[in-house]
Design a protein around this ligand. Structure first.
Ligand SMILES: [Zn+2]
Length: 230
């Protein structure tokens, strides 16, 4: 029971962080809290990427002599744009899709060995209604969006599909097998239910040119000069 409470409070923390850092995910409700007559506060664009259950900052660079691309150093997503017309949101989405293939193949192979089951092929898709599925030919389909979830939830979805290699249904025996490898599966199911909007939200990054941000520098210089003449 105490175990359950720990995980639930983690989920709450995650949600609070999302509400603060990603208000657009929670839709208009949060932003419409301004009282009538009050102008809506302008929202500074905050470049963040949801990955492995955490929100990471993204830094965008305009590098004309370099092909567009994305690197992740464990703390920050670095997004290199060749021209200002390159779409940083698409670049990061592609990065997530490549990462999903690598991560899910690796994890699923390890789980299959542990569980003593064999699958055929893994396909990474962008299914709008399903996180994952398992075919009669023992092929596994996963949504690339799974890499946005915490690692334990990713593991649950993998175990869920691998258990379908033994039971092609959601009967009592099936869930008993899931519980054997993933005792917290009910919490992970709840997490999925409560966070699906955040997982389905598209990456939204915006490049601001240095010209737009550097307008503050001359102002500072002027005020310093004014101070020195006083
Ligand atoms: Zn299922």
């Amino acid at each position: 029971m105490s175990d359950t409470q720990t995980v639930i409070s983690d989920v709450k923390l995650f949600l609070e962080r999302l509400k603060k850092d990603l208000p657009e995910v929670f839709g208009a409700a949060a932003s419409k809290e301004t009282k009538p007559g009050e102008p809506a506060a302008p929202v500074a664009h905050d470049n963040k990427v949801l990955y492995n259950g955490d929100l990471f900052p993204a830094q965008l660079y305009l590098t004309p002599d370099q092909a567009p691309g994305v690197t992740f150093d464990g703390k920050i997503f670095h997004v290199y744009l060749q021209t200002a017309q390159d779409n940083p949101s698409l670049l990061v989405t592609d990065w997530l899709k490549h990462n999903a293939k690598e991560t899910l193949v690796q994890k699923t192979t390890a789980w299959a060995q542990k569980m003593g089951v064999e699958f055929n092929q893994i396909f990474i898709k962008d299914q709008q209604t399903l996180w994952a599925s398992c075919s009669g030919k023992k092929n596994l389909n996963f949504s690339y969006r799974i890499v946005k979830m915490p690692s334990a939830v990713q593991d649950y979805l993998i175990v869920h599909e691998l258990c379908h290699l033994t039971y092609m249904n959601h009967g009592q025996e099936y869930w008993a097998l899931v519980a054997q490898y993933c005792p917290d599966y009910k919490l992970h199911r709840r997490w999925l239910n409560e966070n699906k909007d955040a997982i389905f939200a598209e990456v939204e990054l915006k490049y601001t040119s240095p010209q737009e941000t550097s307008t503050e520098t001359p102002t500072q210089e002027i005020s310093q000069q004014q101070n020195s003449t006083n």
